[in-house]
Design a protein around this ligand. Sequence first.
Ligand code: ASP
Length: 408
Amino acid sequence: MSEKKKLSLTSRIVIGMVAGIILGTIIRYVAGDNAWVSLYLTNGLFDVVGQIFITSLKMLVVPLVFVSLVVGTCSLSDPSKLGRLGGKAVGMYMITTAIAISFAIFSAVLVQPGSGIERSSEASFEANEAPSISEVIINLFPDNPINAMAEGNMLQIIVFALLFGISMALVGKPGERLKGFFDDLNAVIMKLVVILMAVAPYGVFALMAKLFTEIGVEMIGSLAKYFLLVLFVLIAHGLIVYPLFMRVLARVKPGIFLKKMRDAQLFGFSTASSNATMPITLETVTRRLGVSNSVGSFTVPLGATINMDGTAIMQGVATVFIAQVYGLDLGIAEYLMVIMTATLASVGTAGVPGVGLIIGVDRLLDMTRTAVNVTGDAMVSTVVARSEGDFDEEVYYDENAGKKLEEL
Ligand code: ASP
């Protein structure tokens, strides 16, 4: 290593992001209709690099979740602990979602983002039909694990990995031999995560450069109040509610949590996908925050699938906003209903209302709420690990934890 102090990964990603935003914006206003720029840069180089970056992250998700969860489960001293762990995680995910959406609805009722907006067209509401509880439970089990992996059905992959890991723990010698193999496999996949993180600044640059040739602040227009309100609640939830949980339930200084989460948040923000960010979230949670692998490899993919606080916030504000625009009078009972269905629905399927009215500004909000979503997954993972005695405080407080492994 050279003597010169290397810029941290976080700083490099931020530089890539800001440079991408600036370049994309310049292109949008200066060369927006230049065919050459569009063909070779925007839809050429930037698109190719950005898409490859996101695809490579997603490529890791299925093998990573399966392998790390098998490793985590087969080394559990007491497999019956899994039930308790699952209960706690699902419970915490639902509580935080309920808080998020209540906070959002309360703020929107207070601020009235929809008042004074002309409605330009009739809205059509297409509520996703929620699957029944028994259907949700039955669907947790894969009839064909390879199919579950091919489809990226996270909950089914989790269930298969858990059962596989438990059998490995119970079977004795063969399980022990196989564990060595899975440990090695896990190390290889984690290395790949680290390699991808190292090239992230370029990926993020390309993603932002392309995106900002397509969107500009003027698109916010009359939705400014809605946009800013969602943004405000998202940021407050991330910077106030989560740290509070970290302080009270995980009993640690929350500033460190926010600092260590920056990379994962930046990945979430630029990819707008909790799923694509999962490798980074898992790396952060287990190597930097001190959550044991057996807890993190279970709670992180679970959270990335069922825990969407940021999305719930946007749904909450959007519900009130649309009701205001269309002059519908919603009372406490209706709001409680919204809170309940959205919280329950988030465990089944996340049904975001596809309402054209707010779609214009949605991409930027999507990015922000994804950053919140992944932060929530990490917070709950830490709290659950703490309560199970699977949390290493020394790693949490060690600024350099996980850094050594990151060197290529
Ligand atoms: N993009 C978000 C995520 O993956 C989900 C959403 O709110 O649309 O976390």
